[in-house]
Ligand binder design. Structure first.
Ligand code: SF4
Ligand code: SF4
Length: 381
C-alpha cells in the first residue's frame, strides 16, 4: 500500500468512501451490513486506514454502520472521517446537537478527520462566521477537547469561494477535499484548485475519481488509444492512477459498492505507478472530446460580458448549464450555485437581444441556452 502524510498522520493513498455502500432492496437507508463488514475487513487487511463518511450519507445510516464495522478493530488501525452537513444552512443553528449525535452514532470519542461538508457559494457566509456561535470556532473548541484530530473541508464551489474560506480559516484547515478526475480537470476547473492548493501547501483529498462510475468505461476507440500507451489497463485503473499521480493529492476516495470493487480498487494503490504527462494529456483529451459532444462549447473567453445589457455573467451561467446537463445525479450542484445568485444575476434576466452571440467566437446562441436552462429548471422543480 502507498502511504501519504497529512499533518503527521500516515494515511493510505486510497480511502474507503462510504456514500455508495451496498444496500438491500434498492433502499438507500437500508445498508447491507454484512457485506460492509466484509469490505471494511478486507480494506483494513490490505492496508487501507482512511474511512470517509458523513452525516447525510445513506439517510444518516452510513456513520452508524461504518463505525460499528470499524470498532471491531483496534482504534489505532483506522482513521474515521466525517463531516458537518453545512449544505443545509439550517444545520448551522444545530451544530452542537449534530456533532454530539455524530459522536453517539459512531461510538468513538474522537474523529480523526472532520470536514466542513461542501463549502459552496450558497453557504460560504455561514462557514466564514467568526463569532463565538460560529461553526468553525465551535469545532476548534472540540479540537481543543480532543474530539477532533484534523480539521478540513470539502469544496464543490468555485476556486474563489475556496480561497475566501482559506483567507479566513486557512490557519486551521489542514486539508481540502475536491472533486478530481480527468474530466473535471478542466470542466470543473480542478486544475486551478490543485495549482492553488499545492502552492499553499494544503494536502488534497480527491473525491469522485471515477465521477460516480461515469469514467468506468471507454469506447473501443478510446481504449485502443490508451492501450497504445499502457496495454491492458482497465478504465477503472486509468481513473485511479490519474488522481493518485496528481501533484498534491494525499488520499483518493473510492466509493466502493461491493467486495469485488473493493478488491479491484485497492489493488491499484498497492504500488506507485504514476501516469506520464502524455498519458494524462490523452485522458484529458478523451474527456474533452466527450464533453464537446454533450455540452455548450463556451471557452470562458469573456468577450461577451461587455455586450450584455443585463450585465449577466454569461460564461458562469453556461458553466452551470453544462454542469446541470452533464450528470443526472449532479443537478443539485448547479442548482445550489444558482440559488446563491441574486435575482438580477439569474438566466431569467436575459432579454434575448443576441448582442453576446454577435461577438462570441464560438457562435453560441446564449439566449437559447438560457431559455432552455429556465425550461429545464422549471421541469426539475
Ligand atoms: S442575449 Fe441575453 S445574455 Fe446575451 S447579451 Fe442579450 S441579455 Fe445578455
Ligand atoms: S463569448 Fe462565447 S465563448 Fe466567450 S465567454 Fe461568452 S459565450 Fe463563452
Amino acid at each position: 500500500m502507498i502511504y501519504r502524510d497529512i499533518n503527521g498522520t500516515r494515511l493510505s493513498a486510497i480511502g474507503m468512501g462510504c456514500m455508495r455502500l451496498p444496500v438491500v432492496g434498492g433502499c438507500d437507508g437500508f445498508i447491507d451490513e454484512e457485506q460492509v463488514r466484509q469490505m471494511v475487513d478486507y480494506a483494513l487487511s490490505h492496508g487501507v486506514n482512511y474511512f470517509d463518511t458523513a452525516w447525510g450519507y445513506h439517510a444518516g445510516r452510513s456513520e452508524t454502520v461504518v463505525s460499528s464495522c470499524l470498532r471491531r478493530h483496534p482504534r489505532d488501525r483506522y482513521c474515521l472521517a466525517t463531516k458537518f452537513p453545512g449544505y443545509n444552512v439550517d444545520n448551522f443553528a444545530r451544530k452542537e446537537a449534530i456533532f454530539t449525535e455524530q459522536l453517539e452514532r459512531t461510538g468513538v470519542d474522537h474523529f480523526d478527520f472532520y470536514l466542513l461538508h461542501n463549502v459552496i457559494e450558497l453557504n460560504i457566509e455561514h462557514y466564514l462566521d467568526m463569532g463565538r456561535d460560529g461553526l468553525v470556532p465551535y469545532l476548534l473548541r472540540q479540537k481543543e477537547l480532543g474530539r477532533i484530530d484534523h480539521l478540513g473541508f470539502s469544496c464543490h464551489g468555485e476556486l474563489e469561494t475556496l480561497i475566501r474560506l482559506m483567507n479566513v480559516w486557512g490557519g486551521h484547515m489542514e486539508f481540502c477535499q475536491i472533486q478530481l478526475n480527468y474530466q473535471d480537470w478542466r470542466f470543473q476547473r480542478a486544475d486551478r484548485k490543485v495549482a492553488w492548493l499545492v502552492e499553499q501547501g494544503v494536502p488534497i483529498i480527491a473525491m469522485e475519481p471515477l465521477r460516480g462510475g461515469r469514467l468506468a468505461a471507454f469506447t473501443a476507440q478510446e481504449q485502443a488509444r490508451l492501450d497504445a500507451l499502457r496495454p491492458g489497463v482497465s478504465p477503472v485503473e486509468w481513473g485511479y492512477r490519474y488522481a493518485q499521480s496528481t501533484p498534491g493529492v494525499a488520499v483518493t476516495l473510492s466509493g466502493m459498492s461491493d467486495l469485488a470493487q473493493c478488491r479491484q480498487n485497492i489493488a491499484v494503490f498497492q504500488a506507485e505507478d504514476p501516469l506520464t504527462a502524455e498519458e494524462r494529456r490523452v485522458l484529458e483529451g478523451i474527456a474533452e472530446a466527450r464533453l464537446a459532444d454533450s455540452v455548450v462549447p463556451c471557452t470562458g473567453c469573456r468577450y461577451c460580458l461587455d455586450q450584455c445589457p443585463s450585465e449577466l455573467d454569461i460564461p458562469y451561467l453556461i458553466a452551470l448549464y453544462n454542469e446541470f446537463m452533464s450528470r443526472d445525479d449532479e443537478k443539485w450542484l448547479s442548482m445550489l450555485k444558482l440559488d446563491a445568485l441574486s435575482e438580477e444575476e439569474l438566466p431569467a434576466m436575459c432579454l434575448g437581444c443576441r448582442s453576446c452571440t454577435n461577438v462570441c467566437p464560438q457562435g453560441i446562441d446564449v439566449a437559447g441556452v438560457l431559455d432552455d436552462f429556465i425550461d429545464r429548471l422549471s421541469k426539475t422543480g
